[in-house]
Design a protein around this ligand. Structure first.
Ligand code: NDP
Length: 451
């Protein structure tokens, strides 16, 4: 069995490494999945009959495959939140069940049981609330109230105190374990309540990391090396992803967790939205694009909603055939999940060489004839650079306002995910092209085809 575990753990590490590049990500996912299958079979071998293993495998795989097949790309963060929650709940139940089976486990196992229950509980309710916020079952805004942080701190201190009591004398303190469960469930809700808006992706990653830590604790409970390794990998990679996302939004983790994005505590961004909105037709846009020597395409969440990636590629092909240099500028938090734009553009066969990161494209932006913003909003909002009162102030953006001309493709003047008005739309060199992004792009492509 140890050999199976070593191979499975190696497959996890190789798979994770492959996930770091769009070229190898799909295979990386498969490699990790094979590792997980190996780990499950190796763990259950000898403990239960093969038919039970197959039954669990088929039911689990069917549920996973159906939900992965049916979920819309734009609803991926909700699904990840829900999966994190189930992971946390599983760890909580493992800890609780182990306590029932051995009322006087060794001290280390007792501490692990408490940790699995505590972290699992926080992950479960936190993730369910994050799911409800993202899928708009409850209002997504941050909820802040007086004394919130004090209550959270007291609950945490209580959880630690109960943990110590339980670890010292587990057989005498079943009620304390129950209190631990209740505190963890309440703490999960209270810690996600003050988070909202553009900070939600970070909290999903954090909960993902918690679910890994809970699984690692459950691994110590069961003395299962594989769970410890897999849980630690999830815990560590979740934290690293959180840090990358915080850096991309120029926010500290503490700020994300406690400040309440876009809440009353942060002043609303109204400055800089003076000026006239100039809208043009796709036909007018065609004339400008036909004459452009360099074009940068900046995709955002709206491209995913419109499923416009294929027609984006078609437009780029026409531009290139016309002698125009085309690049795609990718913001790290564009869309609704890390790498969202990369995945969509890869699906449309856009060459990886043409994808340029924000830090690389920004210095070149003043030399670009046209920047085409396709359903992006927050990630191109100059208020993040210039308006200190804006809730997104400090978040690095793609400086499309510095290109000679910016075309913004969206359906209305509605704000983006962060709910913040965008002064870009009122700029002298901005032209709005209202409508569904796919239809607008198709109309421009039709003009190219007609010539
Ligand atoms: P935004 O959410 O800021 O804006 C998207 C824009 O797309 C909207 O203003 C909307 O305007 C437009 N849109 C929607 N549907 C269509 C359509 N069919 N055709 C054309 N336009 C459309 O997106 P960004 O990508 O700029 O920013 C991402 C935001 O999401 C950031 O705030 C980020 O923090 C957050 N986030 C990021 C995650 C990640 O990991 N990448 C995860 C979760 C959130 P209109 O309605 O007028 O058409």
């Amino acid at each position: 069995m140890e050999w199976f575990y070593i191979i499975a753990a190696s497959l996890f590490v190789v798979g994770l490494k492959m996930l770091s590049s769009p070229e190898t990500a799909r295979h990386g996912n498969l490699v990790s999945a094979v590792g997980m299958l190996l780990a499950i079979v190796a763990t259950l071998q000898g403990r239960m009959s093969f038919s039970w293993i197959m039954a669990g495998f088929l039911i689990g795989s069917a549920a996973g495959a159906i939900s992965a097949y049916r979920v819309k790309m734009t609803a991926m963060p909700e699904m990840v939140a829900l999966f994190n929650g189930f992971g946390g709940l599983a760890s909580l139940l493992v800890g609780w069940a182990e306590y029932h089976m051995h009322r006087t486990p060794p001290t280390f196992t007792t501490a692990s049981i408490y940790l699995a229950v505590l972290i699992g509980g926080v992950t479960f309710t936190g993730s369910v609330l994050a799911f409800a916020k993202l899928s708009e079952l409850v209002p997504g805004k941050p909820v802040l109230f007086r004394g919130q942080q004090v209550i959270n701190a007291l609950l945490l201190a209580g959880a630690v105190w109960f943990g110590v009591l339980f670890t010292i004398a587990p057989e005498a303190h079943y009620t304390i374990l129950i209190f631990g469960v209740i505190i963890s469930l309440v703490l999960g809700i209270l810690s996600v309540l003050p988070i909202g808006g553009a900070d939600m992706p970070v909290v999903i990653c954090l909960l993902n990391s918690y679910s890994g830590l809970a699984a690692a604790a459950a691994g110590f409970v069961l003395a299962n090396d594989m769970m410890i390794v897999a849980g630690s990998l999830v815990g560590a990679s979740g934290i690293i992803l959180c840090q990358i996302m915080c850096k991309a939004m120029n926010r500290s983790m503490a700020h994300v967790l406690f400040s309440g994005f876009g809440s009353a505590a942060s002043a609303p961004a109204e400055a800089g939205t003076k000026g006239e909105v100039k809208s043009i037709s796709p036909q007018d846009a065609y004339f400008a694009l036909e004459a452009a020597r360099s074009v940068v395409i900046v995709p955002g969440y709206g491209m995913a909603v419109a499923q416009a990636q294929h027609v984006v590629k078609e437009l780029a092909d026409h531009l290139e055939a016309n002698g125009t240099e085309v690049k795609y500028a990718i913001h790290p938090v564009a869309g609704r999940m890390p790498g969202h734009m990369n995945v969509l553009l890869a699906e449309a066969d856009v060459s990886y060489d043409q994808l340029v990161e924000m830090d690389t494209i920004n210095p070149a932006m003043p030399t670009m004839d046209v920047a085409i913003v396709i359903g992006a909003n927050d990630v191109v909002n100059p208020a993040a650079r210039e308006d200190k009162s804006s809730p997104i102030y400090g978040m690095p953006i793609i400086n499309v306002d510095r290109a000679h001309t910016a075309f913004v493709l969206k359906r209305s003047m509605a704000p983006g995910f962060a709910g913040v008005e965008n002064p870009l739309f009122f700029n002298e060199n901005t032209r709005m092209i209202f409508g569904d992004a796919k239809q607008t792009l198709q109309a421009i492509v039709t003009e190219f085809k007609a010539t």
